[in-house]
Ligand binder design. Structure first.
Ligand code: SAM
Length: 259
């Protein structure tokens, strides 16, 4: 994967949606951004992380910080790691403007080379960022900085969801193809090998369509309503026919660093 091409893309598009052509995020816009961000796989990830007060959390590929600020708002101290200086500048400003500046450390570094000594974090978290890394190295680095008994929770998009494949092939930014490796069984095996355990939950088959109201015509009310309906449908389908999970757009991966 071309990491320089990646860095340049992320610096040029320092947006909350990670897509080109959007306003820079402000404290006013943060509330709406987090309302769009808190989707079912997010809630599952937060449940897996458990109560956050007094915990030290490392977020890998934090972007402009929508999530890091939310984690700090829930009581965690967050090391927000990203390769993009421009994204981290936005994160720093937002963290101060939203009152959590003291609990969010913005760290410009690569996931493959974390500037922390071993065993300092209670939780590690990522959303749509391990897909842009050299995963075997990033997974071992993540394991190294987690305390024994620590937990990693990763929300990553898979390579399999049919509508997502169509979007990536015809509508998504062409640069993504050079800088992204969506999760397949191989990446799941890499995570399982690094930690010796891996729990997986699947999200979004038909509910992919609800994201039109976030990334197409932005309408929070419609987004939440469609998401509730279609996510409910997906859960029934995944329960009735587990094979369908194979086509999930997102998966939440939970790993524990054994004491
Ligand atoms: C798709 S964005 C996701 C941002 C944020 N997690 C979110 O959910 O909006 C991927 C992020 O990963 C960062 N990134 C890409 N490669 C990285 C690497 N090797 N190490 C650390 N961060 C990286 C990018 O700068 C970008 O902010």
């Amino acid at each position: 994967m071309d990491s320089d091409a990646g860095q340049s893309y992320w610096d040029r598009h320092a947006t909350a949606s990670n897509l080109p052509g959007e306003e820079t995020l402000t404290a006013e816009g943060w509330k709406e951004a987090i309302a769009f961000y808190m989707t079912p796989e997010q809630s599952a990830a937060y449940d897996a992380m458990g109560p956050l007060p007094t915990l030290r959390v490392i977020e890998i590929g934090c972007g402009v910080g929508v999530n890091a600020i939310n984690l700090a708002g829930r009581g965690a101290t967050v090391a927000a790691v990203d390769v993009s200086h421009r994204r981290l500048r936005t994160l720093r400003r937002l963290a101060v403007e939203t009152g959590v500046g003291e609990r969010v450390w913005a760290v410009c570094a690569r996931a493959e080379q974390l500037p922390f000594r071993r065993e300092v974090f209670d939780r590690a978290y990522s959303k749509s960022s391990l897909i842009h890394t050299d995963l075997p190295t990033a997974a071992m680095e993540c394991r190294r900085v987690l305390k024994p008994g620590g937990r990693g929770v990763f929300c990553e998009p898979t390579a399999w969801n049919p509508p997502a494949r169509v979007y990536r092939r015809w509508l998504g930014p062409k640069e993504w193809r050079e800088i992204t490796r969506y999760f397949t069984r191989a990446e799941e095996k890499t995570l399982a090998a690094a930690f010796g355990n891996l729990a997986v939950s699947s999200f979004y088959l038909f509910a992919f369509a609800a994201f039109f109201w976030q990334f197409g015509r932005r309408n929070l009310k419609r987004f939440r309503r469609w998401l509730a309906w279609l996510h409910g449908l997906d859960r029934v389908l995944f329960a009735v026919c587990p094979l369908l999970r194979r086509w999930a757009w997102f998966r939440v991966y939970v790993v524990d660093k054994k004491a």
